[in-house]
Ligand binder design. Structure first.
Ligand code: PLP
Length: 401
């Protein structure tokens, strides 16, 4: 029995052996309130058949943490529950989830239709690695449902969208995209990172697979990099699990635990992010140095009507165009004191980015405009500070800009 190996008694074993094996105590009869962290890379079996089964399919036992881990399994089950799906897969990053899903659903000669305002890492994956594997991609405006339908070919296998896009916060009409995917017998895959399952559950609108960068709102504290995919179909889940094993972006148990801890306060944080974002968006809209504010909760945002239909809040990400272009944008982000100039979103601290002077600095004004990004566009991930303090910080930074 495996347990016999756990109790290295004093009379039988030498000091060195007892130091290696330690003295194990039985698992507690009382249920821990916080999920235990199973920080073990490998698990012992008392039976070779069970070992072989655990290697062949998910959900058959724990063999090796690149395959499955009990702490990670708890996060997978929690996310499947919150998204209304059947199976979860946790990865080492959001890109780990996106690449495992896309490279398992798509094969050489297949075609994928994606929304044009796509997260940069996903764009790089489908125009780089996926193309190297012979996977073809087309980009469409997801608000033009006829164009989406027209882009589908006999080889199309996947329609890919983001619930809320970045940085202009367009909201995808998921019920309409779900209907297109259903009619074409293809899978709708949705990156739900910016909404979180608290504000939107894409499976309810026809998605087969939902993806998150758990680094963002799920983790919520800018202290972990993690990703999740939730599936409705067992075979699609198994195929993505297999892709993850082969590609290697498996999660560390401690990272899974941090995300589990973050999720406990997701509803409270999301409600507050939405409230603070509304206060800041409405204040920015009235400021003379601000040309335009992008936040789907504002009635003049092009996605306002869709947002009211499919979101139960408008999230904490917003953008605005600053008069004065690239230089003004750079000066604003450098002048802010409370808000930090940093990548990522969804944490408790307010973060700023200015694509034209950082991530997109090589792009000319024309190329930026084509990507839908103004030279003075500032993206704000609203944190959980009091709105009056964020407004005061922006006021003094706008003076300098
Ligand atoms: N999807 C969206 C919408 C993102 O914003 C990001 C990261 O910024 C990712 C996916 C990738 O996630 P990660 O950085 O956790 O790999």
């Amino acid at each position: 029995m495996a347990d016999d190996h756990s109790y290295t008694d004093h009379d039988t074993y030498s000091f060195g052996t007892r130091a290696v094996h330690g003295t194990r105590v039985p698992p507690p009869a009382e249920r821990p309130i916080s999920a235990p962290i199973f920080q073990s890379s490998t698990f012992a079996f008392d039976n070779a058949e069970r070992y072989a089964n655990a290697l062949s399919r998910p959900g058959q036992g724990y063999s090796y943490t690149r395959y499955e881990n009990p702490t990670t399994a708890q996060l997978e089950a929690t996310m499947a529950n919150l998204e209304g799906g059947a199976h979860g897969l946790v990865t080492a990053s959001g890109m780990g989830a996106i690449s495992s899903v896309l490279l398992s659903l798509l094969h050489s000669g297949d075609h994928v239709v994606l929304q044009q305002s796509l997260y940069g890492g996903t764009y790089s994956l489908v125009t780089g690695l996926a193309r190297t594997f012979g996977i073809e991609c087309s980009f469409v405006d997801p608000s033009d449902v006829d164009a989406v339908r027209a882009a589908i070919k006999p080889t199309t296998r996947v329609l890919y969208a983001e619930t809320i896009s970045n940085p202009t916060l367009e909201v995808a009409d998921l019920p309409a995209l779900g209907a297109v995917a259903r009619d074409a017998h293809i899978s709708l895959v949705v990156d739900n990172t910016v909404a979180s399952p608290y504000l939107c559950r894409p499976i309810e609108h026809g998605a087969q697979v939902v993806i998150h960068s758990a680094t963002k709102y799920l983790g919520g504290h800018s202290d972990v990099v993690s990703g999740v995919a939730v599936f409705t179909d067992a075979e699609q889940h198994r195929a993505a699990w297999k892709a993850m094993l082969d590609l290697g972006p498996s999660p560390d148990p401690f990272a899974s635990w941090l995300v589990l801890r973050g999720i406990k306060t997701l509803p409270i944080r999301m409600r507050q992010h939405c409230l603070v974002a509304r206060a800041v968006a409405e204040w920015l809209e009235r400021h003379p140095k601000v040309e335009r504010v992008y936040w789907p909760g504002l009635p003049n945002h092009p996605s306002h009507a869709v947002a009211r239909r499919i979101l139960s809040g408008n999230s904490g990400l917003l953008s605005f165009d600053l008069r004065g272009g690239r230089e003004a944008g750079r000066r604003f982000t450098e002048a802010a004191r409370l808000a930090s100039l940093a990548p990522s979103l969804g944490g408790v601290e307010t973060l700023l980015s200015h694509p034209a002077s950082t991530t997109h600095r090589q792009l000319s004004a024309e190329a930026l405009a084509q990507a839908g990004i103004g030279e003075g566009l500032i993206r704000v991930s609203i944190g959980l500070e009091e709105p009056e303090d964020i407004v005061a910080d922006f006021e003094q930074a706008l003076e300098i800009a």
